[in-house]
Design a protein around this ligand. Structure first.
Ligand code: BMA
Length: 323
C-alpha cells in the first residue's frame, strides 16, 4: 500500500544545524507541513528544542530526499490578534491558493487548542489571518483550491478527553467559507470506529483530487488498554464537489508503526501523516508517485511512497468504477 523510502527517516534532529540558540542541538523534528511548488518540495518542520519550545523551520528540496534546512525559525507575525496567551504553534498543513500560501496550524493556548490560519508569500514569514472557531480543535486542513467558489476545510473538535488527560477527538467536520474569515459547518465527514484502528481520528495532509473524488489521508489512534495510543494512517474518499460527503472508507490502515524510528522515540508508536504530494511537475495520474511525509514517534520525519492506483482501493472504492 505504501513503501517506506530507503532513505527514510529523511529528516532527523541531527539535520538541524544552527548556531541560533533556539535551534541548537534540538530534541526532535516531526509533523511537517509541505507542498510541491514551482519545482521544489517545501516543508515547514515542527522543531522542538531542549526548552520544549516549538519553532517552524523551512526546508527545501528538489528530490524530496535531500533538504536544505534554514538556520532560523519562520517568523510569525500578527499573533497579538490571537485572543489568548499561547504556547506552541505546530503541525502546519500548507496549500497554495490564488497566489499565496495558506497554512493552518494548531495553537496551544490558555483556552485550549485552536486551529489558526496564516497566509504567506514565501513561507519564511507567516501572517496571522484568524482562528477557525472558538472551540477546541486540532488538525485543521484546507482543501487545495476553492470548490464551487468556496474555501473548504476539515477539522477535528477536541471533544474527547482520554484517560491519559489528552484532549483528542472522534469526529472530523467540514467547514466552508467565502472569505477565509467566517466558516460555516457543513456536517460530520467521518467518526472514529470504536475498538478498531481508528478510534480517534484527525485529518492528515490536504486532500488530493482524483477522478473518483478527494483522497483523504487521515490518522487514526487505537487506544491500547492502559498504554499510549497507537497512531496509524488510513484513507477515505470524499465527494469532489460536496466534500463533507464520505464516499468510501477503508477497513485497513495503510501505514502503522513498525520501523524502529516509528516505535521508539519521544512518543512511541506514532506515524502521523501531514504531507501528500506529487513530487514532479504535472497532473496527478494513477501511476504518478505520491510522497507521504509523516512524523515518526514525535522524533523525526519519515517518507513513504505510493501511487493512486495502489492507495485508492484502500479507501474501499472499486477501481472498476473508473470511467
Ligand atoms: C497528537 C498531536 C500530534 C502528535 C501526536 C502524537 O495528539 O499532538 O502533534 O504528533 O498526538 O503525540
Amino acid at each position: 500500500m505504501v513503501k517506506r523510502h530507503p532513505h527514510s527517516p529523511v529528516i532527523t534532529r541531527e539535520d538541524i544545524s544552527s548556531t541560533d540558540p533556539r535551534l541548537f542541538d534540538v530534541t526532535s523534528v516531526f509533523n511537517p507541513g509541505g507542498i510541491y511548488h514551482q519545482g521544489q518540495i517545501i516543508l515547514l518542520l515542527r522543531v522542538q528544542n531542549r526548552g520544549r519550545e516549538t519553532y517552524l523551520v523551512k526546508a527545501t528540496s528538489r528530490d524530496g530526499i535531500e533538504f536544505d534546512i534554514a538556520t532560523k525559525p519562520v517568523e510569525i507575525r500578527g499573533m497579538q490578534d490571537f485572543p489568548y496567551p499561547y504556547y506552541h504553534i505546530y503541525d502546519p498543513r500548507i496549500v497554495y491558493i490564488e497566489g499565496r500560501y495558506l497554512v493552518t496550524c494548531a495553537v496551544d493556548s490558555e483556552a485550549g487548542c485552536r486551529v489558526v490560519l496564516f497566509e504567506s508569500e514565501d513561507l519564511d514569514t507567516l501572517s496571522y489571518l484568524g482562528v477557525l472557531s472558538d472551540e477546541g480543535q486540532r488538525n485543521g486542513v484546507l482543501f487545495p483550491h476553492r470548490i464551487e467558489g468556496r474555501y473548504w476545510m476539515l477539522s477535528r473538535p477536541n471533544d474527547h478527553l482520554g484517560a491519559d488527560g489528552v484532549r483528542s477527538g472522534t469526529r472530523i467536520l467540514a467547514y466552508a467559507s467565502d472569505d477565509l474569515c467566517a466558516w460555516e459547518e457543513q456536517g460530520i465527514v467521518m467518526q472514529g470506529r470504536s475498538h478498531f484502528w481508528d478510534e480517534l481520528i484527525g485529518s492528515g495532509p490536504p486532500p488530493l483530487l482524483t477522478e473518483l473524488g478527494w483522497l483523504h489521508i487521515y490518522h487514526g489512534v487505537a487506544t491500547h488498554f492502559g498504554g499510549g495510543g497507537i497512531y496509524q494512517a488510513g484513507v477515505s474518499l470524499l465527494d469532489a464537489t460536496e466534500p463533507h460527503k464520505l464516499l468510501a472508507r477503508g477497513v485497513y490502515n495503510i501505514l502503522e508503526p513498525r520501523a524502529d524510528y516509528e516505535t521508539m522515540g519521544q512518543v512511541p508508536n506514532v506515524v502521523f501523516p501531514t504531507v501528500a504530494i506529487n513530487p514532479v511537475e504535472g497532473p496527478l495520474g494513477m501511476d504518478t508517485p505520491i510522497y507521504i511525509y509523516y512524523g515518526a514517534a514525535d522524533s523525526c520525519i519519515g517518507l513513504a511512497t505510493t501511487t493512486l492506483r495502489t492507495l485508492l482501493p484502500y479507501s474501499g472504492i472499486d477501481l472498476g468504477a473508473l470511467p
